[in-house]
Structures are given as C-alpha cells and as structure tokens.
Design a protein around this ligand. Sequence first.
Ligand code: TXA
Ligand code: MG
Length: 358
Amino acid sequence: MKTKVISVNREALKDGALLEAAQVLRDGGLVAFPTETVYGLGANALDGQAASRIYAAKGRPSDNPLIIHISKKSDLDQLVETIPETGRKLMDAYWPGPLTMIFAKSSVVPYATTGGLDTVAVRMPDDAVAARLIELSQVPVAAPSANTSGRPSPTAAEHVYQDMDGRIEIIVDGGPVGIGVESTIVDVTEEIPMLLRPGAVTLEMLCRIVGQVEIDPAIAGPVQAGIKPKAPGMKYRHYAPKAELTLVEDRDWNGGPVSINVVNTIRNLVSWSGDKGRKAGIICTDETKNLYPDSAVIRSLGQRNREETIAHNLFGILREFDSLDVDTIYSESFWGENLGQAIMNRLTKAAGYHIMKV
Ligand code: TXA
Ligand code: MG
C-alpha cells in the first residue's frame, strides 16, 4: 500500500485535504493525524473491521483497547451507557483536552474497538486539525498512538512515517505536537475515579474537580505476574529505545536543580562503559549538558524547571537514540509531581523500571 502524506497549514486550516482523509475514515481505512498529545492512528470506531486493521498496522495485541476520539461533547452519549457525575464534571472542566475517560460502553461500540471489554475510553482532543478531521468524517474515531507497538509514541509526522509507511492510507502532517506525552486516563465507572495513566491533566487538576482520586498501582511500578492492570496497555513493554536505558536518581534529592551526585554517577558510568567498549548515550537537561564528557552522545530534554519542555522532547529523543550508535543510555530523573508524574511514568517504563538510586 502506498501511504499518502497530506500537509495541512494550521494558520489557515482548510477542509480541502482533510475531506479526502475523512472519506478514507468513513470507508474503513486508516488515517494518522496530529492531536495535542501525540499523533493518533485513526479508524472508524463503530466499524469493528476497521478497528481490527489498527491492531494489524501497529502489531498491537488485540486485547489492548483503543481510545475513541470525538469532536463534540454530545457525541459521547451514543458511545456510553451512562455518564457518571464525576465524568460529567471532568469533561466540563477539561474537554476538549488531554483527558481520556473510561465509561461503561453502549451496544453500538464493537468489542474489536474495546479489546473485548465492556468499558470504552473516550476523549475529545484539543487540536484544530484533529477536531475538524473527526467532524468531517462524521464518525467517532478510534485512535491509539500511531507508533509500532512498543516504540515511543510519535510526536511528529516523520515519526509516524518511520513506523507506518506502507501500512496505512494517509498521514495528515500537522507539524510537531504540543504536549508530547499521551493523555491522562481516568476510570470514572467507580464511585471514586481512578487514575490509570498520568498525563498533562495532572492528579492535582483532577482532585480539584472531583475531590478524591485513586491511583492504579500499575502507574508506580512493574505489573506483577498474574495481576491484571485496569488499563491493559500498562502491562506491555512500552516506549523502550533499542539500547538499554538506566535512570539515575538521587534518593535525597528534593526537587531543586539536578543533584551533582547524579551527574557524577553518570560520568562514572560513561567512563566505565567506555572501558568495556560500550558507547554510551546521556539524557540530561540544559543545565547539565555541558558537565558530561564528549565521548558520550549527549541529548538535552530541555529546561528542568520547565517541565513542559521535557515532556515535549522526551519521545523524540528516545526515538532518536534508536538511530544513533549507542549500546547503553543513562538518564537523569525528574521530580514526580504535576507533569513530572507523566514524565517519570514514561521514563521508568522506557527503562524497564531499571532505576539506579545513588
Ligand atoms: O493522548 C492519547 O491518549 C493518544 C492520542 C492519539 O489520543 N492515544 C493513546 O492511545 O495514547 P494508546 O492506545 O496508545 O493508549 C491507550 C491506553 C492503553 O493503555 C489502553 O490499555 C487504555 O488506554 N485503554 C483504552 N480503553 C480502555 C478501557 N476501556 N479500559 C481501560 N483502559 C483502556
Ligand atoms: Mg500507545
């Protein structure tokens, strides 16, 4: 299959090119498109066969459910059994935006879309291109991140092209995304909402609206054998670069500028790797990038005190390391609150929970 790339101009968004992509979606085809979080790989959510093609294109296990994207709040009604009050409050506060909620599904949503579950994940993206494409398609759009299963989520159209060329009909190129980590996921089917995946709508922001929020244990650590995480995607290896990744964390650090302990440890690890003939990469920040030796491949995620820059660059840099010749990567760690919770969640998963505490 030949994959067509359609570039759109955000400053003067026209329906022209999007109409073709919308038609492909309506006809059961696959279209990748930008959202404010990461690029999504879309199909008609109400067409089980179209949804199944997403799994094939990504190499995704078929028990890992998809998120349905809508362009107006009223589109939620047909997809769900009921909208609990907590869900209603959260959608009033944060839709459109990077918040996905889990509801009991209605009968129109095929099990192919929900990975066999009786619940359904829904979100209303805050991205003009995504919103217009969904609106023009006139169907709810199921879309996981547009990466090959297990690779970092795509934050630019080039990343989608790397993974999906020849596998899907269209890539809508709307330039780099804004946020860079996937949406927050909250299950509102229970009395007390449960956070299943941290994102740019932070735990604090959720608590402000609904009071109490529980946290799925799968967020904090590896999923134990035999235990079923609430978001099936949490059990799969994810975001991982090809080289081995180790996070270095200072156990006494209190969230200020990076610890010199961490810097020194990474410097030692790099020279130790060099002695063993292993080329090292370093993931750091603007504040520390000049403190590391040139023998390593050094990449800064951005400014430590501006977490949005770190989130924005994280997946692109993990992906870049796959094309660089390194055997092992050492990364500084981040403060795990606010947006930092999402950053640390993705980084620890990428590292396979391999954290060195110093
Ligand atoms: O920001 C995002 O959410 C992006 C963009 C494209 O919208 N999408 C995204 O989708 O990250 P994906 O498929 O990569 O991640 C969806 C996650 C998976 O971990 C999946 O297990 C979980 O959502 N999920 C989907 N439906 C669910 C359900 N009914 N119950 C629990 N978890 C669900
Ligand atoms: Mg994904």
